[in-house]
Write a protein that binds this ligand. Structure first.
Ligand code: 5GP
Length: 207
């Protein structure tokens, strides 16, 4: 059975990174590592949090069809390398893409089976406070990220589910249950159902 491709998006600062990290401790996932043109932050590690590329190298990879999806977010570009994601799904591993809304739409168009989840904060003031608390962002960048969040409200209806991040534990459990629901659909379990049906035919013959 192939793995589930899950997209987790949310306003910048909503805490989705923390939730995804927590989820990895309770469910085996392949977490896609994106490429970006943005400058590394102090906590970033090349090849762990992102692959950091120059604008020229990023553009070259777009041309080569290297990305499953890519988008410009504020002033920088972000993209999901295609190979590792498709390989993991074929191996039966669930994959999480922590990406923004334009990329999520591209994924849904190309992979209608993907589960798209949007994480919301309990209130917008907390979101602003969280961005300010990061201390790695200038006031201009905070404003840009909040303005982007305003635009992203319009993208929410394209997602399959919304999940509110009240606590990391509850938010992770909610996301996991949406992924599990996908695995429980008849379409996903076709192989298992066919096997069961063949067994049923045999059992009936033997009666
Ligand atoms: P940050 O700069 O805070 O790490 O990420 C900014 C935004 O880019 C976040 O909303 C994050 O989810 C999104 N992002 C990260 N990687 C990708 C990617 O590969 N593709 C797209 N479309 N968005 C990404």
């Amino acid at each position: 059975m192939k793995g589930v491709l899950a997209v987790v998006s949310g306003f910048s600062g909503v805490g989705k990174g923390t939730v995804v990290e927590y989820m990895r401790g309770i469910h085996p996932f392949t977490l896609s590592i994106s490429a970006t043109t943005r400058k590394p932050r102090p906590m970033d590690q090349e090849g762990v949090t992102y692959y950091f590329l120059s604008r020229e190298d990023f553009a070259k990879k777009v041309e080569e069809g290297f990305f499953l999806e890519w988008a410009q977010y504020t002033t920088d570009c972000y993209g999901t390398p295609k190979g590792p994601v498709l390989d993991a799904i074929e191996r039966g591993e669930d994959v999480i893409l922590e990406i923004e809304a334009q990329g999520a739409r591209q994924i849904k168009e190309r992979y209608p089976d993907a589960v798209l989840i949007f994480v919301l904060p309990p209130d917008f003031y907390e979101l602003k406070a969280r961005l300010e608390g990061r201390q790695t962002e200038t006031p201009e960048r905070i404003k840009a990220r909040l303005s982007r969040a305003m635009e992203e409200f319009d993208e929410i209806p394209y997602y399959d589910y919304i999940v509110v991040n009240n606590t990391v534990e509850q938010c992770a459990a909610d996301i996991l249950s949406r992924i599990e629901s996908k695995r429980s659909t008849p379409a996903w379990q076709q192989e298992f159902i066919s096997r069961l049906k063949s067994e049923a035919d045999k059992v009936m013959e033997e009666l």
